[in-house]
Design a protein around this ligand. Structure first.
Ligand code: ADP
Length: 385
């Protein structure tokens, strides 16, 4: 096993466009790191530079303490697990796992021992004589990982391994990969464009935008303390609402009403005329259902409900509002980049299933003002972080 250190990594393709732009990230030995971002952000390019399938324009790639920039993929001792698992259909599970050992001309005894060890860890013993076609998706994934384990690879690299699967299988496989990675304790780098995968799998997540690292943090930190508007809009579903707000001393005038600020937040917005207030849908509630004990932590406002989506355990209410054209344009751009159709001039609020909220009604909502985020509308920077 090994740590992976990326120091000021740059990748320029033929036309000079920096697909990866000065990326410095340290991945600890045994850590599960996710590279995430919208299509074209450079995550696959970065992964391919770790494995050695892509030349590095500048910077240092250091694996297990050794600079590997000039090493061929097979000299890096990494194991790439592909989307289709690349299993051999005519070989048994045993021979599929044994394959790299056969290539290395290992003795029969070594093959038997290593396959046996891998099968124990991966719980594949009863399937060793079966063919891949007869296995479930999860079992095939385990065979692919078995082949990586017998090689004693220093790290596993995954490139969008679940993107071809349906939602149910994707959920199962996510759990499976997470469990295996913990059991094996092997350094893992996993590329995905799916924020749910990123949040549920990784020890830490590296969010990329246009080849530039936006934030590297634990899933909880990304959710609670996003570095900027981009990370805030990317992590969480439905996404965070961004309301334009005029700063008025220690309070903000938003299209949904006035929000009072605590001292730290008031300080953070000092000198700004206009900010964007970020509020996650789950930090709203139907005011009638808020416990008296916690109600004072927030503020209430009235709004017209446009649409209600009933989800069983909760419901989403959509509250349209009007905003200056510059803010609308900003949200439109961000929405396009994040490939989301939800960042519009309407607030999406999540309320308890018991709420009587109804389409076309004016309703009083509550908003937890302790959980709001404040962003600079120009730079996108989180002002209160
Ligand atoms: P992601 O995996 O995040 O979708 P990629 O790493 O595939 O992104 O691509 C990052 C950027 O590099 C994109 O703008 C893409 O068009 C560009 N790119 C990727 N591969 C090549 C290539 N072989 N030649 C030129 N440009 C490329």
């Amino acid at each position: 096993m090994a740590s992976i250190e990326m120091r000021n990594i740059v990748k320029k393709y033929g036309d000079g466009y920096p697909a990866v732009n000065d990326v410095s990230v340290d991945i600890a030995d045994g850590e599960f790191m996710i590279l995430v971002g919208p299509s074209g952000c450079g995550k696959s390019t970065l992964l391919r530079m770790i494995v050695g399938l892509e030349d590095i324009t500048s910077g240092d790639m250091v694996i297990g303490g050794n600079r590997v920039n000039d090493k061929a993929p097979r000299e890096r001792n990494l194991s790439m697990v592909f989307q289709n698992y690349a299993l051999y259909p005519h070989l048994t599970v045993y021979e599929n796992i044994a394959f790299p050992l056969r290539l290395a001309k290992a003795s029969e005894e070594e093959v038997r021992k290593k396959v046996d060890d891998a099968a124990t860890v991966l719980e594949l013993h009863e399937h060793l004589q079966r063919k891949p076609a007869n296995l479930s998706g999860g079992q095939r994934q385990r065979v692919a990982m078995g082949r990586a384990i017998v090689r004693d690879a220093d790290a596993f690299l995954f490139d969008e391994p679940l993107s071809n699967l349906d939602a149910k299988l994707r959920g199962q496989m996510r759990t499976e990969i997470s469990r295996l990675q913990k059991r094996l304790g092997i350094t893992t780098v996993y590329v995905t464009h799916d924020q749910t995968e990123a949040m549920t799998l990784g020890d830490r997540v590296c969010v990329l935008r246009k080849g530039i690292v936006q934030q590297v943090a634990s899933p909880r930190d990304l959710y609670e303390h996003p570095a900027n508007l981009f990370v805030a809009g990317f992590i969480g579903s439905p996404p965070m609402n961004f309301l334009p707000a005029t700063v008025n001393g220690a309070s903000l005038e938003t299209p949904l009403g006035t929000i009072g600020l605590d001292d730290a937040r008031a300080e953070a917005v000092r000198g700004h005329d206009l900010v964007l207030v970020g509020v996650r849908p789950e930090h709203f509630e139907d005011a009638e259902l808020v416990d008296e004990a916690i109600a004072p932590r927030g503020t209430t406002f009235e709004a017209d409900v446009d649409v209600v989506e009933w989800l069983g355990d909760s419901q989403y209410a959509y509250l349209p509002y009007t905003a200056p054209e510059e803010v609308t344009a900003k949200l439109r751009d961000l929405s396009r980049e994040l490939d989301s159709d939800q960042l519009r001039t309407q607030a999406v609020v999540s309320v308890d299933a018991a709420s009587r909220v109804a389409e076309g009604n004016r309703t009083t909502f509550w908003l937890d003002t302790r959980r709001i985020h404040l962003f600079d509308p120009e730079s996108g920077e989180n002002l209160a972080r």
